[in-house]
Write a protein that binds this ligand. Structure first.
Ligand code: PMV
Length: 329
């Protein structure tokens, strides 16, 4: 069996003590328009399908990292010390285990997020991407983006897409060692495209996407249809992006998110991330379309919506969805 340690060894070789004092990096969060839902390899975070996302310019995670011999890990998140018993601390420490020069080395992590954490707006994606980039700085590895994307994937699958800005495709790959499963940007800019985060709840979600997708794959009768749906949506989305067809981009993204929701609902026991406010907002989006205002939505593993619209409708969206945080293409 191939382990994350094998991937690290193939990319950076033997880990020696860092030469630099610290490494600092920012990574944007990303919103999947064609979702990643299901792993073919749990320990390497290798997906069942390819996926496609859009990174959110200034929204994401900034992380500063240093390392010391004879020290314990410490984590400061949004200026608050996180206890070592916290699942978030444990997840970081577990990932950092892959990079300790020796067992008695500890990492000091100072991290800031400007997005709601664990409410279904991909905070682990920007978190692990920023950590991989900061490790590269700290150890002075000079890795390329493909290698960084693989390192980030080992922390959280969707993090491999947060190495880039703009539209990003994560190639499913075939190799059991995962070296062909990494993300790459699409060479397209779409300045009029807007994305709005509509937070209807900031409560911590009940189930991590890691456990949820595992349950889905194991128990949903509909899961066997998912690879075909994802592949079809991916192709159609890439075409829509190339010719900047907003209606296609919006309707395929929405359909893909609802198909993922169908998988969750048919999981045993069912996974219910949505709140009543989620459904109210979806209704509002669909009513707007009936009035000729083209707005679409996508939703990840949580209750919050991401609205997709064009800049010409920005003011209208701002008026109708109070508190929405908008990012322009
Ligand atoms: O990378 P994870 O384990 O946080 O999974 C992310 C899953 C979704 O956000 C729901 C979909 C995606 O492609 O980002």
């Amino acid at each position: 069996m191939i382990t994350p340690q094998d991937s690290i060894a193939a990319i950076v070789g033997h880990i020696t003590p860092p030469i630099k004092k610290e490494g600092t990096a920012f990574a944007p969060t990303n919103i999947a328009l064609c979702k990643y839902w299901g792993k073919r390899d749990e320990s390497l975070n290798l997906p069942v399908t390819s996926s496609l996302s859009l990174s959110l310019g200034n929204k994401g995670t900034r992380t500063t990292l240093s390392a010391k011999k004879n020290a314990q890990d410490t984590v400061l998140f949004n200026d608050k010390a996180i206890p070592s018993s916290d699942p978030f601390f444990k997840r970081l420490s577990y990932y950092l285990d892959l990079f300790r020069p020796e067992l008695d080395w500890g990492f000091q992590v100072i991290t800031h997020n400007n997005i709601p954490t664990a409410a279904g707006v991909a905070s682990s994606a920007s978190g692990f991407a920023a950590l991989a980039l900061a490790l590269n700085q700290l150890f002075d590895w000079n890795l390329n983006k493909k290698q960084l994307s693989i390192l980030a994937r080992l922390g959280s699958g969707s993090a491999c897409r947060s190495i880039y800005s703009g539209f990003v495709e994560w190639h499913v790959g075939q190799d059991p060692n995962g070296m062909d499963s990494y993300a790459e940007p699409l060479d397209v800019s779409w300045p009029e495209l807007c994305l709005g985060i509509l937070t209807v709840s900031t409560e911590k979600k009940e189930m991590s996407s890691r456990s949820a997708m595992k349950q889905t794959r194991a128990t949903s009768l509909f899961y066997k249809c998912w690879p075909e749906k994802a592949q079809r949506d991916l192709m159609a989305l890439k075409k829509a992006i190339k010719i900047r067809d907003f209606s296609q981009l919006g309707s395929i993204s929405e359909s893909n998110a609802f198909a993922m929701k169908a998988l969750m609902l048919t999981t045993e026991p069912p996974i219910l991330y949505w709140q009543p406010e989620t459904l109210n907002a979806i209704r509002k989006v669909s009513d707007l379309r009936k009035q000729g205002i083209e707005v679409y939505c996508t939703i990840d593993a949580g209750p919050n919506l991401i609205l997709l619209f064009e800049e010409k409708n920005k003011r209208r969206v701002e008026q109708l969805f109070i508190g929405i945080e908008i990012e322009v293409g």
